[in-house]
Design a binder for this molecule. Sequence first.
Ligand code: AMP
Ligand code: ZN
Ligand code: FE
Ligand code: FE
Length: 288
Amino acid sequence: MKIDLHTHSAISDGEDAPDTLVAKALAAGLKVIALTDHDTFDGLAAASAAAADTGLQVLTGIELSTQERGVSVHLLGYGARTDDGALLAELHTIRQGRTSRIPAMCAQLSAAGLRITPADVLAQAAGAPSLGRPHVADALIEKGYVANRAEAFEHWLAEGKPGYVHRYAVPLEQGIALLRAAGAVTVLAHPWGRGSHTVLTPVRIRDLVLRHGLDGFEVDHTDHDANARVALRMLGRELDAVTTGSSDFHGRGKPLNPLGINTTTPETYGEILQRIAARGGTAFLEDR
Ligand code: AMP
Ligand code: ZN
Ligand code: FE
Ligand code: FE
């Protein structure tokens, strides 16, 4: 039973419409996916509808933009009640921060000689409610300035590069609390991937699990090398935390992350469902 708990659709910065994502998940032999678009639940209805009567379960998910001491930390939430007012208000604020930085990014890139406009970026986003640097990357690809998203990030969009503009994110502890209050299970996405490893030390992760309600963290992820996975797995065992594996699928934009490249065990998935139920969350949209 193949379970992939971290995937993106074109409702944020993935390639595929939610129904296409579901078709690809079925073709990849998956039995469960979580749709974890950045800072929005908007793709869930279409994904759940597409998965009805196919044998694929679509777990309600989100990848929340949080920050710890100014460093970006991605927090996965599973089984949130998608009508929770406080959570929806925070998501709205985060998405506004995503949108409002686009003109500044375009201005900085244009000053550096890469002439793109907010309209070019919005054309690439094609109505996605959650805008991100990958959409700016796609505009740069369309104009012929770079070959792919990886190159766009490396030269222009990563922190410290000419097109980078900071954006708002919710403090990590507050993000955990918001998701839990909405009934969700919280799992750090790629904690020892780029950036966040500097703030998510073992000491801090222990503190988050033991004192701040964090449920667990991703272990098997393409951003983690073999040593990181061993250490994180041991930490998970010590803390009796939920440890997951996932693809972080984005389609073409992340060619090294095909669906199902990393998976979560059925036992861990069962534990996540139990915790959601105990917290009054909603694992599947059709259970509302
Ligand atoms: P943002 O949400 O605007 O902060 O942009 C960050 C997103 O861009 C991440 O969530 C990734 O999905 C994506 N990303 C980051 N680095 C790369 C890369 N090197 N290649 C492709 N996508 C990337
Ligand atoms: Zn993404
Ligand atoms: Fe992420
Ligand atoms: Fe992701």
